[in-house]
Design a protein around this ligand. Structure first.
Ligand code: HDE
Length: 725
């Protein structure tokens, strides 16, 4: 930063001067003195005491003792990646921010995805909101879009955040449970917080179980402002839309993955980038004219509300591609410091009281976490734009400022650094008229706590509703205090009576029939504002419509043993890899396996190093000998049964169809045999089969289509009993 980087737009170039590669280098102390021996401390004699003067030992040990820094108070568990944002622009009528001002303009970015509740070492696969924080290194300074994968939040005012986080984190007396909301403190708090109900519906939906960071949406949550060259302001909500479509996992599968591979999402992100399957997201905005501030049946400043996309469509303004993995996790992902207050000319705030609270909290938190006021000098936080100010000194100051003056106004420094007028890119805050009494109160326009929770629930498909019900049974089923469970059922009755009754049935409390209690828990709730723009159904809220016709980024296990059918193996492998999916060959042992035609294939994972829950789909090619062996392997049969239970596509070729007879899916064999299809490839509930070698190509295509479809929820319908009407 001491050097002026001029108008350079590549923040990542700025990082390069700080990277070190030790190949071919000598070991040195931190002051550059070469070391000849690091395996023994300096001692007074071979068996004598260690000497104080061993500066190498002391420096090495001191650094080690201080290696850990406090983890983030929330969002401690995160994974990052570099990339770039490419503008579709120009959009001068909306914003003067230069990163959007021409098509194809590229801005470097760093993204950190995270879970919210768990500690830094907790598993990726938990039920939780996901953080989706993006730092844009623009030529006008850093812009941080610090969002989540859900468009609303639990609370309406920042002052309640410490209570929310205390309630959801492990309970203070015994520090349990880790990375889970399924405990008494959380539901005690929520059952007393009607404003949280919309967010609760999202957190108990499958949105909280993303298959991949590349397969979830992102939202800025708050209403922000765009400001154009004329100083005109428009309200905007930011959206990230994944090019790979939106996909979730199954709760049972999530819990198993958390044990089998706690780094599942982190690994998926890393491997996708390593293999060139770069995660991509389009950035969109919903734009509302200032005249329409009060046109909706909800308050634009209320962060527990969405603007339904059916009322205000999302306009796409650019695309982000994540194309480079980190060099060092700590230096980049851990030390990056986001702040919703990092904005650039053309982007501004609203009075959303949650956003206002965040504008204080983020700098405050970096001061303790990164050890002082110079955190913006850490390489990953440095802007691509030049920095000149009179801030000086403090812990870990990096910049060596030249010159005699460190104050303004000055004459001895030629009046520099000088003020930038607006036309020279100086930030000018939007001039909003504000008047009112000083009060600790909330606006009545924030008090419709339930109608959008209901909108969300009503917009889900039957399987999605069923999963929400299952999630309530799990979460509240873990709550020991029956009065909390009961209060939650009364609270839910304000959203949907049938859902509340179905929840009550699974957790041994009374159905919601006491009207006085239902009203009491709603506290000061008001009905939605009448005669304003609103909807009662929003297809955009259901994940079922957010699939894309692609299998990019999916992972498929191919189960084989010696004597497998090579032709059938290669036909499907080629087809899936063409669609940029990843294939892993799974067998009893690692090593190379011989096919029936003498070809050999390396095994990627053995039965003990992997599990069906780590894949999106399973393929088993035929081959008499191979299938005969596998029909006796419990691990293979478990693979098939579990993948089926989790509604994943299965493809069975030739002799492999026989495996159904050995698994718990015997009934399917009959369905397949009896189905009077004229096609050579049979698809039944996402199970794709063929016996005909001549149709391998269409067999592989059908399987690929099933993978793009993701899950076959129809399989769950056998247990209709628990579905709310
Ligand atoms: Fe955060 N939040 N937050 N938050 N938040 C933090 O900042 C806070 C909120 C979000 O990958 C902390 O550096 C308050 C909403 C993300 O580094 C902290 C309030 C949304 C990340 C903090 C909120 C978020 C954070 C913890 C209520 C979605 C991770 C460490 C007023 C729009 C960023 C840190 C990363 C992190 C405070 C509410 C998203 C303590 C006080 C709403 C993605 O400053």
């Amino acid at each position: 930063m001491a050097k002026d980087k001029g108008t350079k737009t590549n923040g990542q170039d700025g990082l390069e001067q700080h990277t070190t590669d030790s190949s071919g280098a000598y070991l040195t102390t931190s002051t550059g003195v070469r070391i000849n021996h690091t395996d023994d401390s300096l001692k007074a004699g071979q068996r004598g005491p260690t000497l104080m003067e061993d500066f190498h030992f002391r420096e090495k040990m001191t650094h080690f003792d201080h290696e850990r820094i406090p983890e983030r108070v929330v969002h401690a568990r995160g994974s990052g990646a570099h990339g770039y944002f490419e503008s579709y622009g120009p959009i001068p009528e909306l914003t003067k921010a230069k990163l959007f001002n021409e098509p194809g303009r590229k801005t470097p970015v760093f993204v950190r995805f995270s879970t919210v509740v768990g500690s830094r070492g907790s598993a990726d696969n938990v039920r939780d909101a996901r953080g989706f924080a993006t730092k844009f290194y623009t030529e006008e300074g850093n812009w941080d879009l610090v969002g989540n994968n859900m468009p609303v939040f639990f609370i309406q005012d920042g002052i309640k955040f410490p209570d929310l986080v205390h309630a959801i984190k492990p309970e203070p007396h015994h520090e349990m449970p880790q990375a889970s909301a399924a405990h008494d403190n959380f539901w005690d708090f929520i059952s007393l917080m009607p404003e949280a109900m919309h967010m609760i519906m999202w957190v108990l939906s499958d949105r909280a179980l993303p298959r991949s960071y590349a397969m979830m949406e992102g939202f800025g949550v708050h209403t922000f402002r765009f400001i154009n060259e004329n100083g005109d302001s428009k309200f905007v909500k930011f959206h990230w839309k994944p090019v790979a479509g939106v996909h979730a996992m199954v709760w049972d599968e999530m819990q198993k993955v958390a044990g089998k591979d706690p780094d599942f999402n982190r690994r998926d992100l890393w491997e996708a980038i390593e293999s060139g399957n770069f995660p991509e997201f389009e950035l969109g905005v919903q734009v509302v004219d200032p005249e329409d501030e009060f046109a909706f049946g909800f308050d634009l400043l209320d962060p527990t509300k969405i603007i339904p996309e059916e009322l205000v469509p999302v306009k796409m303004i650019g695309k982000m591609t994540l194309n480079r993995n980190l060099d060092n996790f700590f230096a980049e992902t851990e030390q990056i410091a986001f702040h919703p207050g990092h904005v650039i000319p053309g982007i501004d705030f609203t009075n959303d009281p949650l956003l206002q609270g965040r504008l204080f909290s983020y700098v405050d938190t970096q001061l303790i976490r990164l050890g002082g006021p110079n955190f913006n000098e850490i390489p990953i936080n440095r802007p691509a734009a030049p920095v000149h100010n009179n801030q000086r000194d403090g812990y870990m100051r990096q910049t060596i400022n030249k010159g005699k003056t460190n104050y303004f106004p000055n004459s001895r420094g030629g009046g520099c650094p000088m003020m930038a007028p607006e036309k020279m890119g100086g930030f000018v805050h939007h001039m909003e008229k504000v008047e009112g009494h000083k009060i600790r109160e909330r606006s009545d326009s924030f008090k419709d706590y339930f109608s959008q929770a209901k909108l969300f629930y009503d917009s889900q498909t039957a399987p999605e509703k069923r999963h929400i019900l299952d999630a309530f049974h799990f979460e509240l089923g873990k709550v020991e205090d029956k009065s909390i469970r009961q209060r939650m059922v009364y609270m839910l009755a304000n959203v949907d009576r049938e859902l509340a009754a179905a929840v009550a049935r699974g957790i041994a409390v009374d159905p919601p029939e006491d009207e006085a209690k239902i009203k009491e828990v709603a506290q000061d709730a008001l009905p939605p504002q009448q005669g304003k723009r609103t909807v009662d159904h929003s297809p955009a809220l259901s994940m079922s419509g957010l699939k894309k016709d692609t299998i990019q980024g999916r992972k498929i296990a191919v189960l084989i043993d010696e004597g497998f059918d090579y032709e059938a193996y290669i036909a499907v492998k080629d087809k899936l890899e063409e669609g940029k999916a990843t294939i892993e060959v799974v067998s009893k042992y690692q090593g190379d396996l011989l096919a029936s035609n003498g070809q050999s294939v390396p095994v990627d994972k053995s039965h003990v190093t992997t599990a069906s829950v780590l894949y999106d789909a399973i393929y088993i090619p035929g081959g008499e000998k191979s299938i005969d062996k596998m029909s006796k392997q419990g691990d293979v049969l478990h693979f098939i049964n579990e993948a089926y239970k989790h509604c994943k596509p299965l493809a069975l070729q030739g002799e492999a169809i026989e495996l159904l007879n050995h698994s718990a899916l015997r009934h399917l064999k009959n369905v397949i045999n009896n189905s009077n299809t004229t096609e050579k490839t049979n698809v039944t509930l996402g199970v794709v089969t063929t016996t005909d070698h001549a149709t391998l190509d269409s067999f592989a295509s059908s399987f690929a289509q099933c993978i793009a479809h993701h899950r076959f929820w129809e399989r769950e319908e056998q247990d209709k009993d628990m579905i709310p009407a």
